[in-house]
Write a protein that binds this ligand. Structure first.
Ligand SMILES: CC(=O)N[C@H]1[C@@H](OP(=O)(O)O)O[C@H](CO)[C@@H](O)[C@@H]1O
Ligand SMILES: [Mg+2]
Length: 553
């Protein structure tokens, strides 16, 4: 690093002092905190993004959002060249940068890291795409990010404006693949692949497309984008509520609220009972469906990420079996389909998926783990119960599919196989290949429901969720809980797992695990059993146990 670069960094960093008494940690969702203390963090993540871009020789994304959290919070995270979350190898560097006490220490950390990683300045420079959600603090934090990026000589930032998190990831991925990546290109891809799926629905099966869908947009960026898409999309009748014009972001609205509270969000009333509704979170990377129950005090039937996954898996399996019929003759590609869940997936969903003959893999909580695992398959479908997920297609499989389409299209034969291939290709374009995306997920759900001719009720009846309960326990040191087997077993402190097993065995269909949260200073307890009372009981007795073993605050 030359002296000119070093003095540029020193001068610029001095304008973003670290707030007193806070410790930042790059968790499952990047850095997150009250927006008022985040300027230095976002500035430093700007530097990090520029370095990452030089290292990878590719465009990197920097997103300013705190997703479903309170409107006064904000956060920042990095998208890697393929649009995925930043490599975990760089997380410790992110942590030390964010916590460097002054500009001298910051510079020293950067100099050492640049040397260790052999980051070569003076090549093609760095390019960072910036995005932010609708939070009012986003604008000033964006300035901090720009300053961080421009403190690296030759680095440039491109402001994508107010976008959903998945849009920014998509733009990074598309640009690095040499494709067009403006917002309009994203919309065009969603709209045309949705259209393609709807046009491929066998005649006579189109039933439910006139039934209205209502989308709760959490008063966030997803609502703004849906209103734009609504102007150009055909074949779907939907209304956007909580679009951000009046209400407060994530306040009694949105996917996180609906999934946790299991009641209708603000803006929904008795007139909506029985209607198919969807809910996005604040940065539109989570999606759940619900329908309000009659005479029930706003209670809902929740159709969560597990059921979205099940719907996608069924549809894809159906298309693959059409192709496999033909493969018996052609002896060609055997696509490896797999689904990825976490321990929070409802046990009934895992049983259902296995019974349908699907390969199910569990990973620890956090999208980066699920995404990585899903990428091992030709078609890997992953979802967290909270509604974050997507479908990944391997490039080998897509190349094979393209070839199939050309072959079948030119001979005019095998129209069922041609349609199945075209459907799978359309799904690969509709669904975001970079990260879970509520908008693309929503259009895929809608296309599949139309294809199946299913109502939300029929979809919800795929299986019945086991009653479950989640609790949080504040302990002295949550890192004392060490887990194994995708967080389903505690290996330390010793003895606690045996005690959990004894309690769990008392309840029919009992299942229970504890793990330290990656985003809050708590240990989470999850329990499920055949009745709600039993699930509640099991959760509270394991919470007590956790408290006994780990001591409360
Ligand atoms: C039980 C639960 O919902 N956990 C969430 C939550 O992680 P925790 O590590 O449990 O705090 O936030 C993550 C980031 O948004 C999300 O990936 C995850 O699913
Ligand atoms: Mg989110």
């Amino acid at each position: 690093m030359n002296p000119q670069q070093q003095s540029l960094l020193l001068d610029s960093a001095a304008q973003f002092p670290l707030p007193q008494g806070v410790k930042f940690s790059y968790g499952t969702s990047g850095f997150r905190a009250d927006a008022s203390i985040l300027e230095s963090t976002v500035y430093r993540v700007g530097i990090l993004a520029a370095l990452r871009s030089i290292k990878t020789q590719a465009v990197i994304g920097l997103m300013i959002t705190a997703s479903h959290n309170h409107v006064s919070d904000n956060g920042v995270k990095i998208a890697d060249p393929g649009g995925e979350m930043m490599s975990q190898e760089w997380e410790p560097f992110a942590d030390s940068l964010a916590n460097a006490s002054d500009s001298k220490q910051l510079l020293q950390l950067i100099v050492e890291f640049v040397e260790k990683e052999n980051i070569q300045f003076g090549g093609r420079g760095a390019e960072v795409f910036l995005g932010r959600d609708t939070r009012p603090s986003g604008e000033s934090l964006l300035e901090a990010a720009k300053q961080g990026i421009s403190s690296i000589v030759g680095a440039v930032s491109v402001d994508m404006g107010v976008v959903t998190t998945p849009q920014l990831h998509w733009m990074v991925r598309a640009t690095n693949k040499g494709a067009k990546a403006f917002e309009q290109d994203y919309f065009d891809q969603l709209i045309s692949s949705f259209r393609c799926l709807v046009d491929l629905i066998p005649q006579g099966d189109r039933g439910n497309n006139q039934e209205k869908l209502i989308v709760d947009a959490s008063n966030g960026v997803g609502g703004v984008k849906l209103e734009v898409i609504k102007k150009s999309i055909h074949g779907l009748n939907f209304e956007v509520r909580n679009a951000g014009k009046e209400g407060v972001l994530n306040d009694g609205v949105g996917a996180d609220f609906v999934q946790k509270e299991k009641v209708t969000p603000h803006g929904f009333g008795p007139a909506d009972v029985g209607i198919r509704c969807a809910s996005l979170d604040g940065d539109a990377d989570r999606l759940v469906y619900f329908t309000a129950l009659p005479n029930s005090n706003s209670k809902i039937e929740l159709v969560d990420g597990d059921k979205i996954l099940s719907l996608f898996a069924l549809f894809i399996k159906e298309q693959l079996s059409i192709l496999e019929e033909a493969n018996k003759v052609n002896n060609s590609y055997q696509a490896h389909l797999g689904v990825v869940q976490t321990a929070y997936a409802n046990g009934a969903s895992t049983d259902y998926l296995k019974q349908t003959g699907l390969e199910v893999v569990l990973t620890p909580t956090g999208v980066k783990y699920l995404h990585e695992k899903a990428a091992d398959f030709d078609i890997g479908i992953y979802f967290e119960a909270n509604g974050h997920g997507t479908i990944l297609f391997s490039s080998n499989f897509l190349t094979w599919l393209d070839g199939r389409v050309n072959e079948l299209g030119s001979t005019g034969k095998g129209s069922e196989q041609l349609k199945a291939s075209l459907r799978l290709l359309a799904v690969s374009k509709l669904i975001n290949q970079a990260v879970g995306d509520a908008l693309s997920g929503l259009f895929l759900v809608e296309a599949i429901l139309q294809h199946m001719g299913w109502s939300i009720h029929k979809w919800n009846e795929l299986y019945n969720d086991l009653p479950s309960r989640q609790l949080k326990v504040k302990v002295v040191d949550r890192t004392a809980v060490v887990t194994a087997n995708a967080e389903t077993e505690v290996v330390s402190p010793p003895g606690i797992q045996e005690a959990i097993n004894v309690l769990t065995a008392k309840y029919p269909r009992g299942r229970c695990f504890i793990r330290p949260s990656g985003t809050e200073d708590v240990v989470r307890v999850y329990a499920e059993a055949s009745t709600q009372e039993a699930a509640d009981d099991l959760a509270s007795s394991v919470a007590k146990l956790t408290d006994q073993f780990l001591g409360s605050h």
